[in-house]
Ligand binder design. Structure first.
Ligand SMILES: *[C@@H]1O[C@H](CO)[C@@H](O)[C@H](O)[C@H]1NC(C)=O
Ligand SMILES: *[C@@H]1O[C@H](CO)[C@@H](O)[C@H](O)[C@H]1NC(C)=O
Ligand SMILES: *[C@@H]1O[C@H](CO)[C@@H](O)[C@H](O)[C@H]1NC(C)=O
Ligand SMILES: *[C@@H]1O[C@H](CO)[C@@H](O)[C@H](O)[C@H]1NC(C)=O
Ligand SMILES: *[C@@H]1O[C@H](CO)[C@@H](O)[C@H](O)[C@H]1NC(C)=O
Ligand SMILES: *[C@@H]1O[C@H](CO)[C@@H](O)[C@H](O)[C@H]1NC(C)=O
Length: 295
């Protein structure tokens, strides 16, 4: 046990040393400064990275994705994928950039084509639009024009979750924009493609979270029970396990979110076999989860 602790201390210091050398990283993409294939954005707090990665390859083809992962742990753990159902093929010439129309896009320089786009209709001045990877892991596209004080986000990755919910991210509806932020499980442990299960706010209007199959549009196979102001009624175990939960209803929004601590690597995941659970990626994250569970 003592050896294990020493090892962890050593690894942590090694990580600090390595981390301090990586000072050339940036958290922003602006016009004319694309992100190339082996590059990455790193959030200011160092916890999250955005870049291209390879996954789920068959024998002949390699599948490339744009995603966000936990940057400060050794195990490569992806929490968001931009193009889960449309993998990219020719990785050598891919780049992530702000396009002429202001969208954040993945372009293939070889074929001069757009492979992925945030697909927002806008008529902004494109040279002031930037994409920033925030400390929360949220990738935000916004107009950085200093003269425009009303500059809000134009697009954000938190509005398009994959199979995981990062802390502070919302599961639920924004009726002003028509968004339904829900989780869809991965196809299998290798491929991030859409799988068989979804987690979402109950479409029938009850203030609860439900799990259902995507292929059989039957009734949910699990429901959290209605929110009672502090927790979901029929699943105290969920409330005990995911830190501080909240359920918010405004005139146009209704969503569920949670928070454990900004200082730990935790996320909430809908697994391949359709079960939801909080995942602690480090010892301190595990302790933080236990502490909030006792609170
Ligand atoms: C992000 O985290 C870094 C390091 O913890 C901090 O210095 C910075 O102020 C944070 N940025 C924002 C916008 O909160
Ligand atoms: C891989 O390539 C070989 C020969 O080029 C072909 O016979 C085979 O069907 C390919 N396999 C896949 C999974 O595409
Ligand atoms: C964006 O900028 C490019 C050159 O920097 C220009 O050619 C293009 O017309 C601009 N597009 C918009 C929508 O302003
Ligand atoms: C892939 O990109 C390389 C380098 O840009 C290019 O030479 C090649 O033709 C591309 N291959 C395909 C299949 O698009
Ligand atoms: C300011 O930014 C908002 C949102 O980012 C946009 O809707 C608006 O058109 C911008 N105004 C000007 C004057 O550029
Ligand atoms: C928002 O949309 C959902 C789903 O269509 C609906 O059940 C709900 O009543 C709407 N909420 C508001 C405040 O309009």
């Amino acid at each position: 046990m003592a050896y294990l602790h020493i090892l962890i201390v050593l690894l942590s210091s090694l990580h600090l040393i390595l981390g301090n050398h990586a000072t050339t990283t940036r958290d922003t993409i602006s016009a004319g400064q694309p992100l190339r294939i082996h590059d990455k954005l790193v959030s200011q707090n160092g916890r999250y990275a955005l870049g291209f990665f390879e996954a789920g390859s068959s024998q002949n083809t390699s599948n490339w994705y744009l995603g966000i992962w936990f940057n400060s742990i050794p195990k490569f753990t992806v929490g968001w994928v931009a193009n889960r159902d449309a993998p990219m093929k020719n990785h050598t010439s891919l780049e992530l950039k702000i396009s002429h129309d202001g969208n954040l896009v993945v372009a293939n320089r070889a074929t001069d084509s757009i492979v992925w786009s945030t697909e927002v209709n806008m008529n902004y001045r494109n040279n002031t639009i930037i994409a920033v990877l925030l400390n929360s892991s949220n990738l935000v596209l916004r107009d950085d024009d200093a003269s425009n004080s009303s500059s809000i986000s134009i697009w954000q990755s938190f509005d398009h979750p994959t199979d995981s919910l990062f802390q502070w991210a919302k599961l639920g509806w924004d009726n002003a924009t028509g968004l339904n932020r829900r989780l869809v499980s991965k196809k299998n442990s290798i491929s991030p493609a859409s799988g068989l299960y979804r987690e979402e706010l109950d479409p029938s209007g009850v203030n609860q979270v439900v799990l259902a199959s995507l292929i059989r549009s039957t009734k949910p196979y699990w429901a959290s029970g209605a929110w009672n102001g502090n927790r979901f009624n029929s699943s105290p175990e969920v409330s005990r396990n995911v830190g501080f939960l909240s359920f918010v209803e405004t005139t146009h929004e209704k969503y569920h979110t949670y928070h454990v601590s900004d200082e730990v690597d935790v996320y909430y995941n809908l697994g391949v076999s359709g079960q939801v659970k909080p995942v602690a990626l480090t010892q301190s994250a595990m302790m933080a989860l236990c502490l909030t569970a006792l609170a």
